[in-house]
Design a protein around this ligand. Structure first.
Ligand SMILES: C[S@@+](CC[C@H](N)C(=O)[O-])C[C@H]1O[C@@H](n2cnc3c(N)ncnc32)[C@H](O)[C@@H]1O
Length: 407
């Protein structure tokens, strides 16, 4: 048993404190300023992990978590931290990641938060299910933190009201008809919620779900009952198993930030833009009015049609290579890769010779790694973070880079 004071919240969501020897200890469920009694669960030479036995003195940002599953369910790490302290922690994490770029002519805007909508924002969720032996129904919920064990939940305070109602229907109607294990992706759009069931389920049960007032479509394998996609911001039609930004309020802000950065380019109105990881066309639709021609690529096909945009289904690296070899001129590159970033793409992006790159990222660590690879040719000029996922350690960052030899 040991005692520890928490100094900061780390990028992974754990609290972090230092013992007398300066060794770092990570603690899940901690808040800045907490004085904690801990059990050390693992110890290496340079760091340790601890489990809270008792909060001896709560830090100023600690609060009662507004969720009965906090600490068990792996969905959120910071429900026990008040919202201003979450924003402070995310700002500090970003600041420390961007340390090496400070000193250049860089503007870091204050993080955009979504207060007062810090709960009830999630419009897309992936539920896991498992049917225990001799049970009359499957357990439906989220995975526990760091495990594949399902925490069954009756409701999640993070979900939009429509998604909550769809989840209730899944638990009440569908759970008794699910066998084995699997997952269900649900996406709330303008029409209601559309669902994709991935795992063993009776087709009649899937079909019956569409009768529920909140659910407009269900996909099971190759069969779709009702609507296969719903409408999101900008008229985007998205299927439940396609990528969609998790919050509609957060996404509106993201779209505005990206569109404003594109609009700020001196050639706005006649820009040639290459976009990588364009998904269903969410950002494309937001910035297209400032462009003359856009090439947008994603591995998943989109049904979006936009004047002046050539949507291409394919791999980002293949497309970047091919555009660079053709020496097609671009003014701006926009990219929004998954969390792993786009390390291999960087040399090819530099070859496109765009005067600006707008990089949208949900992981500042991979963003910084990739921007460092571009640093000889591109300077980071502007950063805007958006708190797309309150109660979690995640946030979105939009970075604007300018070619060093651009006029
Ligand atoms: C973070 S999402 C961004 C989507 C879109 N910009 C949006 O705002 O909805 C990442 C996208 O990268 C796509 N993707 C993943 N790996 C890819 C690859 N190697 N080449 C092209 N697209 C890829 C995924 O299909 C997904 O649509």
């Amino acid at each position: 048993m040991t005692t520890l004071t928490i100094d900061e919240l780390a990028a992974g969501g754990d609290g972090l404190g230092r013992d007398e020897q300066g060794r770092v200890t990570f603690v899940a469920g901690a808040a800045v300023g907490d004085r904690l009694k801990l059990e050390i669960t693992s110890a290496k030479r340079s760091f340790a992990r601890g489990r809270i036995i008792e909060v001896i003195e709560a830090g100023p940002g600690r609060r009662e978590a507004p969720c009965e599953y906090a600490g068990r369910c792996g969905g959120c790490q910071w429900l026990h931290v008040d919202y201003p302290s979450q924003i402070e922690a995310k700002t500090a994490i970003l600041g420390s990641q961007l340390r090496k770029f400070v000193g250049e002519d860089l503007v870091i805007h204050p993080m955009i938060d979504v207060a007062p909508q810090e709960l009830g924002w999630r419009r897309r969720a992936r539920f896991a299910w498992v049917r225990p032996r001799r049970s009359d129904r499957a357990l439906v919920g989220f995975f526990e933190a760091g495990s594949k064990r399902v925490t069954p939940i009756d409701g999640c305070v993070q979900m939009e009201p429509m998604l909550r109602r769809a989840h209730e229907a899944i638990v009440e109607q569908l759970a008794p008809r699910l066998t084995g294990k699997g997952s269900i992706v649900a996406l709330a759009g303008k029409e209601g919620v559309t669902v994709a069931i991935e795992g063993p389920c009776e087709p009649a049960a899937a079909q019956a779900l569409v009768e529920h007032e909140a659910i407009v479509g269900v996909r099971l394998g190759k069969r779709t009952f009702g609507l296969g996609a719903v409408t999101l911001e900008g008229g985007l039609r998205v299927a439940p198993d396609q990528f969609a930004q998790a919050s509609s309020t957060g996404n509106e802000k993201l779209r505005q930030v990206v569109a404003a950065m594109v609009a700020n380019h001196p050639k706005a109105g006649s820009l040639r833009i290459a976009e990588f990881f364009s998904g269903a066309g969410n950002l494309t639709e937001a910035f297209v009015e400032h462009a003359e021609a856009v090439v947008a690529v994603d591995t998943v096909e989109t049904t979006m049609g936009l004047d002046g945009v050539r949507f291409i289904q394919g791999s980002a690296i293949d497309m970047a290579r091919s555009l660079a070899r053709k020496e097609e001129p671009f003014d701006v590159v926009v990219l929004d890769p998954p969390r792993v970033g786009a390390r291999e793409l960087m040399p090819w992006l530099a070859k496109l010779k765009a005067s600006e790159i707008i990089y949208v990222s949900c992981d500042p660590a991979t963003l910084v790694r990739d921007m460092t690879a571009l640093a000889q040719k591109y300077a980071l000029v502007e950063v805007q973070a958006i708190d797309m996922m309150p109660q979690t350690a995640h946030f979105e960052v939009v970075a604007r880079l300018r070619r060093r030899d651009a006029a």
